[in-house]
Ligand binder design. Structure first.
Ligand code: HPA
Length: 239
């Protein structure tokens, strides 16, 4: 039983969908899963396990930012034998060809967080990467079900939502597609424990063009992303 999740062993599935918002976790459990049980309410950071097309899948709130997400990722991997974490979140678009409502799969996650520096003590700048197998199948499933546009590439996991100092234009010029706040930490924890992770995000706003989405539009693209995540979980369970 872990400190922040405190579920019983066996209550959490091998694949966990990982939204930042615990109410989003509740919404997913209620609308996409069957035979649902709630395994944690600690700090209102809800976690549920249910079935999608007969396959056990869990959905756990991560909270906002790398430190919060790393706590839950660490406990999921080490205390509950979770194999794969799929972050499902929102991100701000950085490159012009990445439009609001598009989906971005974080092949790599660049970060301004000191977390990776602290782990490697300035010896190297660790390249935090998604698991290729999970990334490949998520992309393939999204294309096959026409759930796109889907972009794959480098994203920024920023420590600050409000960051006036960041050179967004330069980052975009170096190929950063979008900014969110958790992926690099989740990828690092997965690497540490020889597990798998992928961060996928829908673009909710755009830092360069200023475009924003309505709540209704966000709901639709969110549903497409959910389908990709759930079908990917099914695919991983079949193997
Ligand atoms: N910055 C960081 N995270 C985000 C943003 C953003 O602009 N939009 C959605 N998630």
């Amino acid at each position: 039983m872990s400190i922040h999740i405190a579920a019983e062993k066996g209550q959490i599935a091998k694949t966990v969908l990982f939204p930042g918002d615990p109410l989003r976790a509740k919404f997913i459990a209620e609308n996409f899963l069957e035979d649902v049980t709630q395994y944690t309410t600690i700090r209102n950071m809800f976690g549920f396990t249910g079935k999608y097309k007969g396959v056990p899948v869990s959905v756990q709130g991560s909270g906002m930012g790398i430190p919060s997400a790393m706590i839950y990722a660490e406990e999921l991997f080490t205390d509950y034998d979770v194999d794969t974490i799929i972050r499902i979140g929102t991100a701000g678009g950085m490159k012009e060809e990445v439009k609001v409502r598009d989906i971005v799969l974080g092949q790599g996650a660049t970060t301004d967080s000191s977390v990776l520096k602290n782990i490697f003590r300035d010896q190297v700048s660790f390249a935090a990467l998604a698991d290729f197998d999970v990334l490949y199948h998520a992309y393939r499933i999204g294309q096959e079900h026409n759930l796109g546009p889907i972009h794959v590439g480098n994203i920024l996991s920023s420590d600050r939502f409000y960051n006036e100092e960041l050179d967004n234009a330069k980052l975009a010029d170096y190929g950063i597609l979008a900014v969110e706040m958790e992926a690099a930490g989740i990828y690092a924890v997965a690497a540490k424990h020889h597990k798998r992770a992928l961060a996928m995000c829908t673009i909710s706003d755009h830092l360069i063009t200023g475009e924003v989405t309505s709540a209704q539009e966000r709901e639709q693209t969110f549903t497409n992303m959910m389908k990709i995540a759930l079908e990917t979980a099914c695919h991983l369970a079949d193997k």
